[in-house]
Design a protein around this ligand. Structure first.
Ligand code: S3P
Length: 429
């Protein structure tokens, strides 16, 4: 049980942990690079530790030098070894989907499994295209994990993604690395592009056009080892940005946050809501745009969140709904049906727990409608639904309630943000 009390003032200077998406990719790509890579600022949270454990099970030597600092002895695209047991992705959809792509082209047998939430999430979306490339993947009924993969020589292909999913495009890209022919992936909307950036950085010939990614034909590909400093995760920073905006007083500086355009839709929404944020010290860090974010208390206004921005803020929608409760006017969130297949059905979770708190909220198949500002009494217990982002969103809600809120199942926060509670205590002071 995690009891969060109301707080008027949010202030200080903090750093949030490393970006989760970039951390996963750093571990996977360094493992298949030719030689030694160095990673700094790696997110040491359960999801990324699942990926790290699996890469080690596949024979990769990964050494921890200090907190967040690792050396990886890459084995090349043909050097991974069959694991002696099933590979456990825990709660991490990114691990399962990216690794399924990688393992589909490896010359051995693998089984990927995960926790009860991950075993309910749709894997047919990767099994379909990977099978088109020649992969042999078996699943439970309806494409549910565990997945059993017999690695094969795959073929390149042209594929139009049915959903704007970075996990799906990354899975296909990883599978395609060992093919000879060209692979073309057509995206319905832009989603996070960390895989493309990192593959290019490692010397892979990728062409990025407005609506498609082309992995150029090559007789044989190899990845150069790399050194990377992982920027802070904007998806984690979002909870603190929201806390700072909703506070009555104080000023919060969040240092070293990744602001890649394909991830920063949340900042655009905050600006549309009249939120006072400033991006300071903008710079490039390891191929990713990075900045310090200054947040001040703001009188927020409702807005519409829909269309192409959705994939660029998909993980931030629960916290945007919290902002909407305290904003003047109506906020409408549309085109976000993907929320139904995240770590939990995030539309259902937000609607249920907001209603339990006495908040009026409308539910649609693809989103939510909230008219603010609303008073939140609190003084009750709410549920995390085994979803880290639901738990952290409710914690920010609690700061702005009258009586505080107790969150059940908050240990799930450790999947992405192990020191969330400590940092929250720090900014409340
Ligand atoms: C991620 C992609 C997104 C996001 C997830 C991380 C990634 O999922 O929700 O938290 O690292 O590629 P989808 O690809 O399913 O949209």
């Amino acid at each position: 049980m995690f009891k969060v009390n109301p707080a008027d003032k949010i202030s200080g200077e903090i750093r949030v942990p490393g970006d989760k998406s970039i951390s996963h990719r750093s571990l996977i790509l360094s493992s298949i690079a030719e030689g030694e890579s160095k990673i700094e600022g790696l997110l040491e949270a359960e999801d990324c530790l699942s990926t790290m454990g699996i890469m080690r099970d596949l024979g990769v030597e990964i050494t921890k030098e200090q907190k967040g600092k690792y050396t990886v002895q890459g084995k090349g695209l043909n050097g991974l070894e069959e694991a002696g047991n099933v590979l456990d992705c825990g709660n991490s959809g990114t691990s399962m989907r990216l690794l399924a792509g990688l393992l589909a082209s490896q010359d051995f047998y693998s089984v990927l499994t995960g926790d009860h939430s991950l075993r309910k999430r749709p894997m047919q979306r990767i099994i379909g295209p990977l099978s088109e490339m020649g992969a042999k993947i078996w699943s439970r009924r309806d494409g549910l994990a565990p997945l059993s993969i017999k690695g094969q020589q795959l073929e390149g292909m042209q594929y139009e993604l049915p959903v704007a999913s970075a996990q799906l495009k990354s899975s296909i890209l990883l599978a395609a690395l060992k093919t000879e022919a060209e692979t073309v992936i057509i995206e319905p909307a832009v989603s996070r592009d960390h895989t493309e950036r990192m593959l290019k950085g490692a010397g892979i010939d990728l062409e990025i056009l407005e609506d498609r990614i082309i992995l150029k034909q090559a007789e044989k590909r190899s990845l150069k080892p790399f050194e990377i400093k992982v920027p802070g995760d904007i998806s984690s920073a979002a909870f603190f940005i929201a806390a700072g905006l909703l506070a009555a007083e104080g000023e919060l500086l969040i240092k070293n946050v990744g602001i890649n355009q394909t991830r920063s839709g949340f900042l655009e929404v905050v600006e549309a809501m009249n939120g006072k944020i400033e991006l300071l010290n903008k710079r490039d860090q390891g191929g990713e745009p990075t900045a310090d974010i200054l947040v001040k208390p703001s009188n927020l206004e409702g807005t519409e969140v829909s269309g192409e921005v959705i994939p660029r803020l998909i993980d931030e929608i629960p916290i945007i709904s919290v902002l909407a409760v305290f904003a003047e006017g109506k906020t409408v969130i549309k085109d976000a049906e993907e929320l139904r297949v995240k770590e939990t059905d995030r539309i259902k979770a937000v609607v249920n727990e907001f209603r339990r708190l006495g908040i009026e909220i409308g539910e649609n198949e693809d989103g939510m409608e909230i008219k603010g500002p609303q008073q939140v009494e609190g003084g009750i217990e709410v549920e995390s639904y085994h979803d880290h982002r639901i738990a952290m969103s409710l914690a920010v809600m609690a700061l702005n309630s009258k009586e505080g809120i107790a969150i059940n199942g908050s240990e799930i926060i450790a999947t992405s943000f192990p020191n969330f509670k400590e940092l929250l205590a720090e900014v409340i002071g």
